[in-house]
Design a protein around this ligand. Structure first.
Ligand SMILES: [Zn+2]
Length: 314
């Protein structure tokens, strides 16, 4: 058992229930919710709460909101969404991809300090604490700027004990480089979740990550590029290899994501693409796994044991 910071306060890890470990209440850009709410369509918070309530009624107990400040994290809005929906939400500290110009001179030590503050004291002047640290690298390599963030996230983890989730570009096996840098900082791969791991079907690479001790975020569903069916085949192969307890299936969905005059039409298209919302995995993928012969015990533990082990540091 461990204590996990949610946006409404600490809870016991045994109370996380069914947890989706990479989702978003709102993805945009820094400040969007407060500064330009009119760009987010009608009643964005209401729409987010409705989506989350639907998730809660369908059995989802907890989500990790993987939104860093540069992606538009508004911690009080997230807390309100949690309060009104009944879904536990774990917030993140760290930084996503685009390092702004003014940030380029920041040192690892400076960033470590701000990330630690968000875990130990609170975010945006509140006492709402981050429960996970996040860093990101995409296509290509870990850029010099991303490396500063990654090292700071590693050091903030060593100071606070909260685990690390990494946005990664799995088709390019960028996780190998991310892990190597974290290991230079003294981080154990067992406290790291490599996200977007189901954007590849390369079982050999995923097995290598697992052998290092990493958790795998199979967190793009239905996803783009790789078909949902292929993603499920990957999950099945990893389950068959005895790795179910290191997997964290999730959607990387945002309850509110579109900005502009056509938001209603875009939301309609999104609904057609995924009518299940945050319940896609429970309602579509679990059935496929059942048909493929995966046992009820494994299926019912899929969004429970991996998330809990990751947060507890097992
Ligand atoms: Zn995401």
């Amino acid at each position: 058992m461990a204590t996990v910071n949610t946006v409404l306060g600490p809870i016991d890890s045994k109370d996380l229930g069914i947890a989706l470990m990479h989702e978003h209440v709102l993805v945009g850009f820094a400040g969007v919710y407060r500064d330009y709410p009119e760009l987010l369509g009608t009643d964005p918070l209401e729409r987010a709460v409705n989506e989350l309530k639907q998730a809660k009624e369908g059995g989802i107990d907890t989500i990790v909101d993987a939104t860093t400040t540069d992606l538009g994290r508004d911690i009080e809005m997230i807390a309100e969404a949690s309060r009104r929906s009944g879904v536990n939400i774990v917030a993140v500290s760290g930084w996503w991809l685009d390092i702004p110009m003014f940030f380029r001179g920041a040192s690892v030590e400076q960033l470590t300090e701000v990330f630690v503050r968000e875990v130990e004291e609170g975010i945006s002047g509140t006492n709402i604490k981050a429960g996970i640290l996040k860093a990101a690298s995409d296509y290509g390599e870990v850029t010099p700027q991303a490396q500063v963030v990654l090292r700071a996230v590693g050091r903030a983890h060593l100071k606070t004990g909260v685990p690390i989730m990494l946005h990664s570009y799995s088709p390019g096996q960028v996780g190998r480089q991310q892990l190597a840098i974290l290991q230079e900082e003294g981080v154990s791969p067992g406290r790291v979740k490599m996200d977007h791991s189901n954007d590849t079907t390369d079982i050999e690479y995923l097995t290598w990550l697992l052998e290092q001790g990493c958790y795998l975020g199979l967190d793009r569903y239905p996803g783009r590029g790789v078909s949902p069916r292929a993603r499920t085949n990957t999950m099945k192969a990893l389950i068959d290899a005895g790795r179910a307890d290191r997997l964290c299936p999730s959607h990387d969905r945002s309850a509110i994501s579109f900005i502009g005059p056509n938001w209603e039409q875009m939301e309609e298209e999104r609904r057609r693409y995924n009518p299940h919302g945050f319940l896609y995995i429970k309602e579509a993928v679990f059935g496929q796994l059942r048909d493929m012969g995966v046992s009820e015990d494994v299926i019912s533990g899929l969004c429970v044991r991996g998330p809990r082990n990751f947060l507890e540091g097992v």
